[in-house]
Design a protein around this ligand. Structure first.
Ligand code: MG
Length: 371
């Protein structure tokens, strides 16, 4: 008899953040809302899931919580964690869209299965091809001097990748920031991410100028929907292009591969709707020679551990990750211990399941803060 899911608890939390983050036109400065999912089997094994909201495309933490609580609950109760394909298909039949909610549910099922079998999720995925993932830190504080200080301190601990958020200031200011970051971290790879911030009219000149400074890659310079132009920009520049907001599902990756919108793809569990779909997308990308990158929205340790297991077990997701939020951007996460960071790399957890446990005190406090 399979040990089926018997109970499901969905909790909205509000996590105070430790540094301001520029995002599009506004800046997040106080707290982020997330959803924590607890699945429990009849035998008492608990699996953890987490979702953060894809706000630029209409996602909200409250909507994600409702999707789990009202629409996915009926298919998750009674689900067999040893058949995750079936659970994912059942979720897709029950509800269109809502990839954040489905990602949270799927990772909780992986967590249950791993705990039941006493194996890390990376082993369930066929085994780890890497045990560390190079960590990129995003330079996104409206107070750039504060970020430069952070960058210097991080370089001293072995950190070697930074991603500068560009496009929310003038191109001249971005070039100046790039130069100053290069001076502060001469050995580091510096990438830039426009978060769709350029118009198709201004993009060619702005990108030609920033490309002269040799960023490691240029991420999503123009909005989703303008992929034909992105392909032209990519062909024009000799710096790799990374597609992020243009990539949500396998059909997007297939089109990107065919039409060469970009040279690499950002895979975020909150976009893909879970590990299985992300792996399929990584395989399509790899067939076209496009490596993957471990992107995030505002996830904490549970969702980031799920993504770390995916990357550990998927060779072509080789461009590192940006899983720095719990350590650097949140005042405190709700997990008992963050994933370790050694010499600028995330250490993939090796405990059963996702390898994460809730810190119940902090979890309670952040749940109260969300009410
Ligand atoms: Mg991005």
């Amino acid at each position: 008899m399979p040990d089926r899911i018997a109970t499901l608890t969905v909790t909205l939390i509000a996590t105070p953040i430790a540094m301001r983050r520029a995002q599009g036109s506004g800046a997040i400065s106080r707290a982020v809302k997330r959803v924590i999912l607890q699945l429990r089997t009849a035998d008492g094994i608990e699996g953890l899931g987490e979702a953060s909201a894809w706000e630029p495309f209409g996602g909200t933490a409250e909507g994600t919580a409702a999707a789990l609580d009202l629409y996915l609950r009926p298919v998750l109760i009674g689900a067999d964690p040893s058949n995750i394909h079936a659970a994912v298909a059942a979720m897709d039949r029950a509800l269109a869209g809502h990839p954040e909610a489905k990602a949270a549910a799927e990772m909780a099922l992986w967590d249950v299965l791993g705990k039941r079998l006493a194996l890390p999720v990376s082993a369930l995925l066929g085994g780890a091809v890497r045990d560390r993932i190079p960590l990129s830190f995003s330079i996104a504080d409206p107070d750039f001097a504060a970020d430069l200080d952070r960058a210097r301190a991080m370089v001293a601990t072995g950190h070697r990748i930074f991603k500068m958020k560009t496009g929310f200031l003038s191109p001249a200011e971005d070039s100046q920031r790039f130069r100053r970051l290069r001076e502060a971290a001469p050995q580091a790879e510096i990438r830039v991410d426009y978060n769709q911030g350029l118009s198709v009219i201004e993009a060619p000149a702005v990108l030609r100028a920033i490309a002269e400074q040799k960023p490691g890659f240029i991420e999503q310079p123009i909005p989703r929907g303008h992929e034909r132009v992105m392909a032209e920009l990519s062909a024009m520049l000799d710096v790799p292009m990374l597609a992020d907001e243009s990539i949500f599902d396998a059909a997007d990756v297939l089109a990107c591969a065919h039409q060469r919108w970009a040279d690499a793809v950002s895979l975020k569990l909150m976009k893909t709707g879970g590990i299985l779909k992300a792996r399929a997308m990584a395989a399509i990308a790899a067939a076209a020679g496009l490596p993957g990158y471990g992107g995030t929205l505002w996830e904490g340790g549970i969702a980031l551990a799920a993504a770390a297991h995916l990357i550990a077990a998927t060779e072509s997701i080789s461009l590192g990750c940006e899983f720095y939020m719990p350590r650097y951007a949140m005042v405190s996460d709700v997990v008992a211990a963050d994933m370790a960071i050694e010499q600028g790399a995330i250490v993939v957890p090796t405990g059963p399941g996702l390898g994460m446990a809730l810190d119940l005190e902090t979890f309670k406090r952040q749940a109260e803060a969300a009410r």
